[in-house]
Design a protein around this ligand. Structure first.
Ligand code: FMN
Length: 311
């Protein structure tokens, strides 16, 4: 039998750390190999990509392709898209032995997700959302977290009210992406709204949006008083950012190559992560060449030559 590994569970992290650093759920990207990498560089807690709960419940194939973990991949939150409490709770029970909590995506603004009743459309159904939390919470052990990731309403008072309902329904913590469903990356994050939500709740609150360095993380903490910070783009560009590195260290690139190849990562994922990590260190012509490479051996040859790396 596998040896029990000790690590801090999510609620213990919130109780003991001044600021919990979190890798965001990212479809196609926050998979096992990337989670292993960011954990080596100061990331306390990782989310899986969003998994569609109804296909996960129905198909063993979907379960195998959507969720891969390992003994050292903890603490881990599995994020689901669900449109009913029954689906979310059933999916949560399947993954519960292999993770520390489940999260509900209430932030995805994509049209297909909204049409299925997933993602950001749930912030317009606060009663359903609270019922979903209540039902899922009731099915799982107390030290297993049940959390929600939301975006803002245009009228932030509605978000504060909804956050209170989510807390009353038994959520363990809440992540707030400080933009509305219509706002994209260029729009500044509404830190004042995140601060209002934090002030209205007693459960931990996590801030998300445009956190691209450890300095950003502490600045957001100072302004909003949140308990944790979550990053997506910032970690893609620099997986070592929570360790304080201001650009991707060469050692981190090497570590990605080692980790992802040892875990059998498909070429496109292996390559895409490198494209993100190396974007700022390559000039335009180098980027064009590197981004056009089509094989693992081509990428390794390029890295060996440019950085005199050995693999
Ligand atoms: C490639 C990519 C995939 C994403 N997938 C998810 C997802 O599966 N679930 C989710 O809740 N948000 C997802 N998001 C949104 C992020 O978790 C995060 O809320 C958003 O990018 C804002 O944070 P940032 O400014 O740190 O990037 C994704 C973002 C990116 C860039």
């Amino acid at each position: 039998m596998a040896e029990e590994r000790t690590y801090l569970k999510p609620m213990t992290l919130f109780e003991t750390k001044d600021l919990v650093t979190i890798c965001a759920p990212m479809v196609r990207y926050s998979k096992l190999a990337f989670r292993s990498l960011v954990r080596k560089y100061g990331c306390d807690l990782c989310f899986t990509p969003m998994i569609i709960s109804d296909s996960f419940i129905q198909s063993i194939r979907a379960r195998h392709s959507d969720f891969t973990t390992s003994h050292s991949d903890r603490p881990l939150i599995v994020q689901f898209a669900a449109s009913s409490g029954e689906d979310w709770a059933k999916a949560a029970q399947i993954v519960a032995p292999y993770c520390d909590g489940v999260d509900l995506n209430c932030g995805c603004p994509q049209r297909w997700a909204m049409a299925e009743g997933y993602g950001a459309c749930l912030i317009h159904k606060p009663h359903l959302l609270a019922d979903m939390v209540r039902l899922t919470r009731a099915e799982l052990p107390q030290d297993f977290t049940v959390s929600v990731k939301i975006r803002l309403h245009k009228d932030v008072r509605r978000t504060v009210e909804m956050a209170r309902q989510i807390e009353a329904a038994g959520a363990s913590f809440l992540t707030v992406h400080g933009r509305t469903q219509d706002q994209r990356g260029g729009v500044p994050v509404n830190l004042e709204a995140i601060a209002d939500i934090k002030a209205a709740l007693t459960i931990p609150v996590v801030a998300n949006g445009d956190i691209r360095s450890l300095d950003d993380a502490f600045r957001v903490k100072d302004i909003t008083k949140v308990d944790g910070v979550m990053s997506a783009q910032g970690l893609l560009e620099n997986p070592a950012m929570f360790s304080g590195a201001t650009s991707t260290p060469l050692e981190c690139v090497k570590e990605w190559v080692r980790t992802s190849l040892s875990l059998g990562t498909p070429f496109s994922t292996f390559h895409h992560h490198l494209i993100y990590m190396m974007e700022k260190s390559l000039c335009r012509a180098e980027r064009r060449y590197f981004n056009g490479l089509g094989s693992t051996s081509g990428v390794l040859a390029y890295l060996s030559e440019k950085y005199t790396m050995e693999f």
